[in-house]
Design a protein around this ligand. Sequence first.
Ligand SMILES: *[C@@H]1O[C@H](CO)[C@@H](O)[C@H](O)[C@H]1NC(C)=O
Length: 342
Amino acid sequence: MATRLSLYLLCHVLLTAIAAAGDGKIGICHGRVGGNLPPPEAAAALLLQNGVTRARLFLPDPPVLRAFAAAGIDLVVGVPNENLTFLAASGPDGAARWLSSAVLAHAPAERVRYLAVGNEVLYGDRFYAASIVPAKRNLHAALAGMGLDGVVRVSSAHASSVLAASYPPSAGAFDAEALPVLRPMLRFLADTGAPFMVNTYPFISYVNDPANVELAYGLFGAAAAPVQDGALVYTNLFDATVDALVAALEKEGFGGVQVAVTETGWPTAGHPAAMPENAAAYNAEIVGRAARGVGTPRRPGVPVEVFLFDMYDEDGKPGAEFERHFGIFRADGSKAYDINLA
Ligand SMILES: *[C@@H]1O[C@H](CO)[C@@H](O)[C@H](O)[C@H]1NC(C)=O
């Protein structure tokens, strides 16, 4: 009995140590499109209470930047799409002025791990597509001029529709129409050591195509039918999507570029498959994988940095009902379902 207890304690200590080693691999997106959101200081404190030290902000909103930076939270700061036209034409000096006044005046560079330049600009009307690489180059040159090259990395978050093929994962390929923008972008990411950022929602894949996407496959369910892909086996859509992206990167000659998942999550309401139990199961699996650094079948042992969407429900979001129910926390700071984020 005593032996068993001490074995248990030893395992517990080891598991805690392993979890601590993976500390901070999970971040949370903090969108603020809602009317009932707690003040940024409360949001930042809540993250720390839950052992989360990374966050993605969609906008460089000065009070939010100040509160999160003061709490010591490492940030992905979104550069809004509407600013890209200016930043593409501004040259490094104009980009430096924008960066100083919009971001670095409110959060020290040490807290800004990434600039996410534009969100999903290759999705929909692609109005900003031509600006994105020049904007990134100007921002990177501005950072280099401030001695911040390698401190703040410059990337862009993409919708997973940037892939035209993703099944099986080894057939992953970028949308040919996006390649004229993507190829110089991949060169930029490789040259500057920045990851390719992707937003991916197995929930939405399931909702859009329930006849072909098994709910259990989206939810990391043990009952999901595995997908055999050459020598590799896929048991869930998350790994399959990340590896389809990896295959697409390899096809373009950029197999060395890392992948960061800048949004993923599961809603708690607004659709029959959106419920607290499913959200808890999905997000617990994402957190566990990030903490263990297991990587994916194509890149085993290579941790994938992940940002869960979303900290709170955002009642001002447009679109389908479920879009307003991704929150992990309620406005009063309680959890919407049982989950350990640390
Ligand atoms: C760009 O960014 C700044 C600072 O965040 C903002 O004040 C400005 O209105 C933005 N929009 C455009 C179209 O430049």
